[in-house]
Design a protein around this ligand. Structure first.
Ligand code: NAG
Ligand code: NAG
Ligand code: NAG
Length: 377
């Protein structure tokens, strides 16, 4: 569906060119701490890459977001690495984003030095994004989640993501994944995430990815969050890793064995306008199988990519009023800063409940702020 909308927009929208200095994507939330942002590649020597089909070991890219209690020096970090920015500029020209948009964006990052202040034993959140979508399109959102007091790690699944750029500047462009191949792609994602989780048990690797992590007892309490296909991956990973405390599926249909066997830990479904149990049969099927705490919400005015950095990016670039009207089918109609606050508020309400307080009270507070959110069940 997304693809057909894009084609339509390409035909009807003229893309102006555009040059700017770097614009900072803001951190949202009431109590933002400074964050160190890192990225690295990890190679799973135990597993051949199922997409590459040439026997090479599966390599993934991951990003880490680490809260810092007292940041001495920060800098504006390019939002995207160079080849990714050029690729995404080209792709999102169809949305009406001027050429150079992604190159012009930055995130405030605390500069990684050997003497960073630890922020104590904070819990961990693992994130996996949509099919055909770079993990970086969620970095602003994940920075805001981290600022609420979490270590966050996000994963790119090469060949499934539209583009993955490695530290040696090599890139892997995504392939078309047919409906028949979705099951295999999902299994690969779950293996990528379980591999990452295994790697995090290695203290020296953990120090590189999450430099302020000082948890002597190994990996902290963890929950998993995913958008779209990443939401399906979150559910399946939750099922496979019994020590994960809970999961959030943002706007993704459910696939695989969870449909029959369900989940025994807290799980939340967040849908855009009209994505509910009534319109998505997979949500209806899984609902009675969710045996622990569960919640389903619908966000009026949101569309599928509302739950990414894109609405905030269009607001920061001053484009929200200038984009073609059809873009609402993809990015929704909620203003970008507000949409980002909404997503971060509900995701952190869930995380705080399962990883910190045990209490649901932040949901009722959020409901008084965001009238767009309706409880679907
Ligand atoms: C976008 O700008 C880059 C230079 O920054 C240029 O190489 C590229 O051709 C431009 N793309 C379009 C579609 O104009
Ligand atoms: C990657 O590209 C950047 C410039 O974009 C360059 O500075 C760097 O040396 C390159 N790295 C490698 C390993 O080629
Ligand atoms: C959601 O469904 C209602 C009722 O069918 C409809 O009026 C509305 O236009 C739909 N919204 C979207 C975004 O499709």
């Amino acid at each position: 569906m997304l693809q057909s909308i894009l084609i339509l927009l390409v035909a009807s929208w003229c893309v102006p060119s555009f040059a700017t200095s770097t614009l900072r994507l803001p951190v949202v939330g009431s109590n933002p701490s400074d964050i160190v942002i890192t990225s690295m590649s990890l190679t799973d020597q135990r597993r051949a890459d199922p997409f590459a089909k040439d026997g090479r070991a599966r390599a993934i890219m991951v990003s880490g977001f680490s809260p810092v209690s007292a940041c001495r020096r920060s800098h504006l970090e390019a939002y995207m690495p160079p080849s990714t920015a050029i690729f995404e500029d080209d792709k999102f020209a169809a949305y009406g984003l001027p050429n150079g948009s992604f190159q012009s964006l930055g995130l405030q990052s605390c500069t990684n030095t050997p003497r960073l202040c630890s922020s104590g034993a904070l819990p961990l959140v693992v994130f996996s994004g949509a099919l055909g979508t770079s993990r970086i399109i969620y970095h602003s959102m994940l920075q805001s989640v981290a600022a609420a007091g979490y270590f966050v790690v996000s994963v790119d699944h090469p060949y499934d993501a539209d583009i993955v750029e490695f530290p040696d500047n090599a890139t892997i462009i995504g392939v078309d994944i047919s409906d028949a191949e979705l099951g295999d792609a999902l299994a690969t994602r779950v293996e990528d995430i379980t591999f990452l989780y295994r790697e995090l048990a290695n203290p020296s690797l953990r120090n590189m990815l999450l430099p302020t992590h000082r948890h002597s007892g190994g990996i902290p309490k963890t929950a998993i969050v995913g958008h779209s296909f990443g939401g399906a991956a979150a559910a399946l990973t939750l099922k496979q890793l019994p020590y994960l405390r809970g999961g959030v599926n943002i706007d993704g249909s459910m696939f695989g064995s969870v449909l029959e066997t369900g989940l025994d830990r807290p799980f939340m479904l967040i849908g855009h306008e009209n994505k509910t149990q009534e319109t998505d049969p997979s949500w209806k099927t899984v609902w009675p199988q969710l045996k622990s705490w569960k919640k389903e919400i619908e966000v009026k005015g949101a569309a599928h990519y509302s739950f990414s950095d894109l609405p905030l990016i269009t607001s920061v670039l001053g484009l929200q009023e200038k984009l073609p009207a059809d873009i609402e089918q993809v990015l929704g109609s909620i203003e970008g800063h507000r949409m980002m606050k909404l997503t971060v508020t509900y995701v952190t309400a869930f995380l705080n409940m399962v990883l910190k307080s045990g209490s649901e009270k932040e949901f009722s507070r959020a409901d008084t702020i965001f009238s767009e959110v309706v409880k679907a069940v």
